[in-house]
Design a protein around this ligand. Structure first.
Ligand SMILES: [Zn+2]
Length: 150
């Protein structure tokens, strides 16, 4: 039997704290999905900012290097592909992005959804999730926010 993989230890780049790869390696050893409801509180310590029928919204614990804002949207039920998302989940996503942009006063940013086989996505967690990131160009030490998307 092929063991189910919930995380991809090859996709742990771009985190300035240097701890993220160890966190994902530990989760792989635990053999669980860190974004599923029964596990999330064990691996994610930031508060939930917003909750809808289909989504949890929180700040990423391991923001990308040079991100001023890094908001994580986690689909509440374990799915891995956008074809499993309901119309309601899609419409909630729209409202969540608008709320987050308003709440954090984000003048510009990038949104993306990581879905499907993680070897094609750069995702470290296979459970479907979305990111809203914004860089920090007014910081004197500004350098561009770069991340892997494949
Ligand atoms: Zn999951």
């Amino acid at each position: 039997m092929i063991e189910k993989k919930f995380v991809n230890t090859n996709n742990t780049q771009d985190r300035p704290d240097g701890k993220y790869s160890g966190v994902i390696a530990d989760i792989q050893k635990d053999g669980v999905c860190p974004f599923c409801a029964e596990q999330l509180k064990n691996y994610h310590k930031n508060p939930i900012i917003e909750e809808t029928e289909h989504w949890l919204v929180t700040n990423n614990m391991y923001p990308y290097k040079n991100a001023k804002h890094h908001i994580l949207l986690i689909h509440k039920v374990h799915i891995e592909n956008i074809k499993e998302m309901s119309e309601k989940a899609w419409s909630e996503l729209h409202a969540i992005f608008l709320n987050a942009i308003e709440r954090s006063d984000i003048p510009g940013g990038t949104m993306f959804i990581r879905f499907g086989d993680t070897k094609f996505t750069g995702a470290s967690v296979s459970h479907l999730h979305a990111h809203l990131v914004s860089s920090d160009p007014e910081n004197p030490g500004y350098t561009p926010l770069l991340t892997r998307i494949g």
